[in-house]
Design a protein around this ligand. Structure first.
Ligand SMILES: *Cc1c(COP(=O)(O)O)cnc(C)c1O
Length: 395
């Protein structure tokens, strides 16, 4: 049977080229980077080379602004908890974020509320985009940090990062962005875009899982989250994930080297697929159609359950998602879809497809053939759809 992996926003396949680069560090070069003998020094050299590469690729001034972490979640936790706890001593106890952040940010903010911080959750409106003006209006004397994601993981909408960064700088507020979905897929330059802290993770751009990084501009010093040894210039303890770090840098370099060409191709595929699926009655695209990641499609089909749709898609060999992997198994509809104003019953009938370089026009053809059939089939058995049709007849 045909199998189409269209859940690249959840994770991506490790690139064989990346694995090749990692292999020596999983086998022969197993030394601890903190050790003084040859294979330790060799490992350390590889880590520092990766750090320099990543710094250059995101437009940082110095490799010393890159700290390796266990992934995006740790980078988000560290940036937000570390920075807020450091600034609390100066009377800064207010955080600004948005309603549709990843749970790594939202739950971190919730945790800080318990420590006495006040959090403003900005609206993202129907298009799934934060208004710069809202950020400006929310800033007050006690604001420690603004944390707004670069691109949303469910609906792919891209935020006005540079403008938000400029407002933060003007007001001397630290600006963090969870750029996990954006890194490798859009042009990022932390200097040009006024970003003080940025989270990224390798497994969203064909690198290994369990390895990410936090960029902290020179002088931006979050409190330490992981205490222990003196790794990462004493800021983040734990023996380095050498192979992961090497793979992270390689994956980012590869992803950026093919980005423009890939984005042109994926944008075309995405738009053809969205237009095709919009011919299904009572369907809609969630989030802004233009300011969104090239590979992201998120749609709702009224009168069906997203979960049943996913099961049927799986039977047809299509790996899709109804929201973020973290909320599957949860009965509440996605907080992202609710944040853009979808009613519960419509938000339940949602589907996210996310493409990578591995997807083809043939995948789009196949999905366009399968989805309408499955939606029809599910609606045939759906009391909710029955009710919708009934109401239509009565109007
Ligand atoms: C995947 C993801 C994360 C979590 O990254 P991990 O490396 O899996 O911890 C955080 N934020 C966003 C937007 C993501 O898509």
């Amino acid at each position: 049977m045909r199998r189409i992996y269209a859940d690249n926003a959840a994770t991506t396949a490790l690139s064989p080229k990346v694995l090749d680069k990692m292999m020596p560090y999983l086998t022969t070069v197993y030394g601890n980077p903190s050790s003084l003998y040859g294979i330790g020094a060799e490992a350390k050299e590889a880590v520092e080379e990766a750090r320099a590469k990543i710094a250059t690729l995101i437009g940082a001034n110095s490799p010393n602004e890159i700290y390796f972490t266990s992934g995006g979640s740790e980078a988000d936790n560290w940036a937000i908890k570390g920075m807020c706890r450091a600034l609390k001593k100066k009377g800064k106890t207010h955080i600004i974020t948005s309603k549709f952040e990843h749970h790594a940010v939202l739950h971190t903010c919730k945790a800080l509320e318990k420590e006495g911080f006040e959090v403003t959750y900005l609206d993202v409106y129907e298009n799934g985009i934060v208004k710069v003006e809202d950020v400006k209006n929310a800033i007050k004397d006690t604001t420690a940090l603004v944390t707004i994601m670069y691109a949303n993981n469910e609906i792919g909408t891209i935020q006005p990062i540079k403008e938000i960064g400029a407002i933060c700088r003007e007001n001397k507020v630290i600006f963090h962005t969870d750029a996990v979905q954006a890194v490798g897929n859009v042009d990022i330059n932390v200097e040009d875009q006024n970003i003080d802290m940025l989270s990224l993770t390798g497994h969203k751009f064909h690198g290994p899982k369990g390895c990410g990084a936090l960029y902290c501009r020179r002088g931006v010093r979050p409190e330490i989250l992981i205490d222990g040894g003196a790794q990462e210039r004493t800021r983040r303890a734990g023996t380095e994930n050498v192979a992961g770090i090497v793979g992270l840098a390689e994956a980012l370099e590869l992803s950026l080297s093919t980005m423009n060409e890939r984005n042109a191709r994926l944008t075309k595929m995405r738009d053809r697929l969205m237009d095709g699926l919009l011919t299904i009655e009572r369907s809609r695209v969630n989030g802004d159609r233009v300011h969104r990641l090239p590979g992201n499609i998120n749609m709702c089909f009224e009168g069906i359950e997203g979960e049943s749709l996913l099961l049927r898609l799986d039977m047809a060999g299509i790996c899709a998602s109804s929201g973020s992997a973290c909320t599957s198994g949860d009965l509440d509809p996605s907080h992202v879809l609710l944040s853009i104003g979808l009613p519960h019953e419509i938000a339940h009938g949602s589907m996210r497809l996310s493409f990578s370089d591995d997807n083809t026009e043939e995948d789009v053809d196949y999905i366009l053939e399968q989805v309408p059939k499955i939606v029809d089939y599910l609606r045939m058995m759906s009391p909710l759809w029955e009710k919708i049709k009934e109401e239509e007849r009565n109007n």
